[in-house]
Every structure is written in structure tokens, then in C-alpha cells.
Design a protein around this ligand. Structure first.
Ligand code: URA
Length: 242
């Protein structure tokens, strides 16, 4: 939201009065005076008026977790352990998931309390690549890469999957890169080439790779390298399919 709106909201004053306070140089953002009344702020921005706190800066959390099999990608569940149960942080209640993995899939899960960042990462227009290591029960047919590239029609969603890159590593292992996140998509695509997936592990989401020293069930905080969210208009609509 704009600075003048935040000030008006928290100081219980009109927008005109808020703007006057800002133009008079009485407002600081992260300890720097500003007269930019239309400056974009969010709940991670520390704002003061006459050196009194209007809004303290919330902690921005970005977490990478190595999800074990058997744990579900949800914030609450009555039956199963959730990814949130594995995190030990006083602000973990503010976290949401950046995409999901099914219960039998291990690997990288991202969590954050920064909605702009997660929306940008998951926005379908950005087609952020997600890389999975797959083990199958049956040998992977040699024409599977061509089939993955051509896409599969999914009856339930009435869509054809986007071209996916399939690299066959051994007779029964492969690496697949998707640019979307349909429900159990990797398993369904392998089923279409006659293979049952017996192990599925997510290695990366865009530039974020599961760190090698992160053991199953462990998590760490990190800072993103690229400000992907800067490419997304503030009011963009998006739909998550996974
Ligand atoms: N595809 C699947 O089948 N399962 C996942 O968890 C992610 C992608």
C-alpha cells in the first residue's frame, strides 16, 4: 500500500492530513526521512512519525525445507505431520507454502510470509522451472522424452501439459523439468508412458536448489538472489494448480 494510506490507517487520520505529515518531513521509512507520500510499503517496512513507531517491520521469512516422505505440504492437518511441524521458529505461524509436494514425494519445499515473492514464483506466466529426480518401477521407454515434450492431455483439467524436459539417466531413473504444477503431475505423466513412479524427489524451484547439507527434515532461512517479484505487477491475478 502507499505510505500515505498506511499512515492514515494507523494514525487514524485522513489521507490529506497524512500527506501533509509526510510532506513536512515528519515520516521516516527504515530511519530515512521521505516526502514520497506514494512510496509503496508493506508490513516488512518500518515506519515512524515524529520518531514514534507507526508500524514496526515484520521479519521477512524465506525458508527452504527438505521434506521427508510421509509429511504433508500443508500448514495444518489433524492426521499427519505437516511441514510447519518441522520448523522451529517463533514466527512460523505467519508462513505459507510456495507450491506443494504430495505426501510420498521428498525434497525441496519453500515457505515464506512474503506474499509478493511467493506469488511471483508461482505465477503461471513466469513458468518457473521445477526439477524432479524420478525412479520408476519399469524401464523408461526411449520415446518418453518426445512424449513429455509434446505434452499429455489431462482429462480432469481439460488441458494439455506444457512441454517438459525429460532426461533419462539410467533405465529406471530420470530428471524431469516442469514449468507448471498440476496435481501429481510427474506421476501422471510417467503413468502415461507406462511407468509407475516409485520415488520422487524435488531438487529445485527456479534458482533455488535444495542445499546438499540440508538433511531430510531439516530447514534453513535464505535470501533470494533475484528480485523476481519486481517483474510482477502489484495486482496481478494468479492461480496455483498444484
Ligand atoms: N508431481 C507429483 O506427482 N508429485 C509431486 O509432489 C510433485 C509433482
Amino acid at each position: 500500500m502507499k505510505l500515505e494510506r498506511l499512515l492514515a490507517k494507523y494514525q487514524l487520520m485522513g489521507r490529506t492530513r497524512a500527506r501533509e505529515c509526510i510532506l513536512a518531513g515528519r515520516v521516516k521509512i527504515a530511519d530515512h526521512s521521505t516526502t514520497a507520500f506514494d512510496h509503496e510499503v508493506d508490513h516488512f517496512t518500518r515506519v515512524t512519525l515524529d520518531n514514534q513507531i507507526v508500524q514496526p517491520a515484520a521479519r521477512r521469512l524465506r525458508i527452504m525445507l527438505h521434506k521427508p516422505i510421509g509429511v504433508i505440504s500443508a500448514t495444518k492437518d489433524k492426521k499427519h505431520r505437516t511441514v510447519i511441524d518441522l520448523i522451529d521458529d517463533p514466527d512460523k505461524g505467519s508462513l505459507h507454502l510456495v507450491g506443494r509436494l504430495d505426501i510420498n514425494t521428498s525434497g525441496l519445499v519453500l515457505l515464506t510470509n512474503d506474499g509478493r515473492w511467493s506469488k511471483a514464483l508461482m505465477h503461471p506466466d513466469h513458468k518457473v522451472p521445477k526439477v524432479y529426480h524420478v525412479t520408476t518401477a519399469e524401464p523408461i521407454p526411449s520415446d518418453a522424452p518426445a512424449q513429455f515434450n509434446a505434452g499429455f492431455f489431462l482429462k480432469t483439467e481439460e488441458i494439455t501439459t506444457l512441454p517438459a524436459a525429460l532426461e533419462i539417466l539410467t533405465t529406471t531413473t530420470a530428471r524431469v523439468t516442469l514449468h507448471e504444477g498440476r496435481y501429481r503431475q510427474v506421476r501422471r505423466m510417467f503413468h502415461r508412458v507406462g511407468c509407475k513412479v516409485i520415488a520422487l524427489h524435488r531438487e529445485s524451484i527456479g534458482e533455488y536448489k535444495l542445499q546438499g547439507n540440508l538433511k531430510v527434515g531439516e530447514w534453513c532461512q535464505f535470501k533470494p538472489e533475484t528480485a523476481l517479484h519486481k517483474r510482477l505487477p502489484r495486482k496481478a491475478k494468479w492461480v496455483e494448480n498444484s
